[in-house]
Design a protein around this ligand. Structure first.
Ligand code: PEP
Length: 251
C-alpha cells in the first residue's frame, strides 16, 4: 500500500495572517512513519515564511505551478528552483484552473513536471474531465489522452497524479465512489502498462469537493492514495479532520 498524501491547494488565498492556520495544521499532525504525508500548496508569496514556520514538523510545503524553463525573460512566472529554494518539496502541475485559464496543454504540463523533477521537486500532475465529457461518455478517453501527454519523460517515483473531475472542483458535487473507483483503476492500469510493476507505486490522489464529511467514503476506495483538497484545506480543523480520517484508515 502506498503512503497516503493529503495535499491542500490554497489557490489564490492566504495572507500573512493565515500563517496561523499553517501553524495549527503543523501542530496537529501525527508524527509516525505510517501516518499520511501532509502538504500545503500555498501562494508563492507565503512559501518561504510558511516553510520556516513549519520546519521541524511533519508538514511539507509546495507551490501551485512552475515554469518549464529554469530562468529567463518570463515576467510574472516562477521557476521550480525558486520554489525549491523557498522551501517547497512539491508543486502542482496542470491543475484544471491553469489548463483552462492559462492555456496549459499536456505538453506544457509535462515540461513543467520535468522542470520540477530537475529542481528536486515532486510534481502533482492533475487530470480530469469536464461535465460535458463525462455526460458524453468520454471520461476514460480524455483521461488517457491527458496521461499520455502529461507524463512525457517522467519516471515513476518522481511524480504524483491527481484525478480531479472538473465538475467536482469547488462545486460541492463530489464524484461517487463508483466513479472514483473506475477512473483510479483505469489510471493504475495505464501506469502499469507504461511503467510495469513500478506503476503500482505511483500515488493517485482524488480531488474535488473532498471534505471531512465525505473523506471516510473516499479514502478506502482502491487506488486512492490520498487527496488534493481546495476549499477544505483553508480551515485547520477541516484539513486535520480529513488527514485524521486518512490516518485512521492506514492503521
Ligand atoms: C482543487 O482545487 O484542487 C480542489 C479539489 O478544490 P475543492 O476541494 O475546493 O473542490
Amino acid at each position: 500500500m502506498n503512503r497516503k498524501l493529503i495535499a491542500g491547494n490554497w489557490k489564490m488565498n492566504g495572507l500573512s495572517a493565515d500563517l496561523q492556520t499553517i501553524r495549527e495544521i503543523a501542530a496537529g499532525l501525527a508524527v509516525s512513519a505510517a501516518a499520511p504525508e501532509a502538504l500545503l500548496c500555498v501562494p508563492a508569496t507565503l512559501l518561504a515564511e510558511a516553510a520556516r514556520q513549519a520546519s521541524g514538523t511533519a508538514l511539507r510545503m509546495g507551490g501551485q505551478t512552475c515554469h518549464a524553463q529554469e530562468k529567463g525573460a518570463f515576467t510574472g512566472d516562477i521557476s521550480a528552483l525558486m520554489l525549491r529554494e523557498a522551501g517547497a518539496g512539491f508543486v502542482i502541475a496542470g491543475h484544471s484552473e491553469r489548463r483552462s485559464g492559462h492555456g496549459e496543454t499536456d505538453a506544457i504540463v509535462a515540461a513543467q513536471a520535468r522542470a520540477a523533477v530537475n529542481a528536486g521537486l515532486t510534481p502533482i500532475i492533475c487530470v480530469g474531465e469536464t461535465l460535458d465529457e463525462r455526460l458524453s461518455g468520454a471520461t476514460l478517453r480524455v483521461i488517457e489522452g491527458q496521461l499520455a501527454g502529461s507524463l512525457d519523460g517522467l519516471q515513476p517515483g518522481s511524480f504524483v497524479l491527481a484525478y480531479e473531475p472538473l465538475w467536482a472542483i469547488g462545486t460541492g458535487n463530489v464524484a461517487t465512489p463508483a466513479q472514483i473507483a473506475e477512473v483510479h483503476a483505469f489510471i493504475r492500469q495505464f501506469l502499469e502498462q507504461r511503467f510495469g510493476q513500478s506503476g503500482q507505486s505511483v500515488r493517485i490522489l482524488y480531488g474535488g469537493s473532498l471534505n471531512p464529511a465525505n473523506a471516510a467514503e473516499i479514502f478506502p476506495i482502491p487506488n486512492v492514495d490520498g487527496g488534493l483538497i481546495g476549499g477544505a484545506s483553508l480551515k485547520a480543523g477541516d484539513f486535520l479532520a480529513i488527514y485524521n480520517t486518512a490516518g485512521a484508515l492506514t492503521v
